[in-house]
Design a protein around this ligand. Structure first.
Ligand code: FEO
Length: 170
């Protein structure tokens, strides 16, 4: 594996790990603010990001590189509103998508078609996660400051997640 690609993949390990910790902090915030559905949603997303990270670690090592387990930045722990939480979720996913696109670009310029092929799974994941974040933020923007709306959003969030996953092709 080319050193440039190995470095980008190791950077991606760090972004996925940071996303996992970021979503864990969001889950914890929701947990203590009585939003149990939102909390379950972010606990699950935190776990998914951890899986994304481990998949990269294994790929780097299998291809003759050396995966680096990164030091992590402390995630933001406090949020004012559910909207803020989901705005952060969407920005985090957009950031990760940009980083994945950079890897894809470098894979093509170095003719590393194996890594390019491997990264297609991440491209599909990002499409799903960004769409999910946008849908949820749209719903929250419709709800505004209505407490009953927030209660219902929290109650139904896991079913939105299941529906959007069922609609996304593998
Ligand atoms: Fe694995 Fe959604 O970043």
């Amino acid at each position: 594996m080319k050193k440039e690609i190995e470095k980008l993949l190791n950077d991606q390990v760090r972004y996925e790990a940071n996303a996992s910790m970021h979503y864990l902090a969001m889950a914890s915030w929701a947990d203590v603010h009585g939003f149990n559905g939102v909390s379950d949603f972010f606990y699950a997303n935190s776990e998914e990001e951890r899986v994304h990270m481990i998949k990269l670690v294994k790929f780097i090592n299998e291809r003759g590189g050396k995966a680096i387990v990164p030091a992590l930045e402390a995630p933001k722990a406090n949020f004012e509103t559910l909207n803020e939480l989901f705005e952060e979720f969407l920005s985090s996913e957009i950031y990760v998508t940009e980083k994945i696109n950079e890897i894809i670009f470098e894979c093509l310029s170095h003719k590393d078609y194996n890594t390019h092929n491997f990264m297609q799974w991440y491209v599909a994941e990002q499409l799903e996660e960004e769409a999910q974040a946008r849908t949820m933020l749209d719903k929250l923007n419709i709800i505004g400051n209505d407490k009953t709306g927030h209660y219902m959003f929290d109650r139904d969030i896991m079913s939105f997640k299941a529906t959007s996953e069922a609609q996304t092709p593998e």
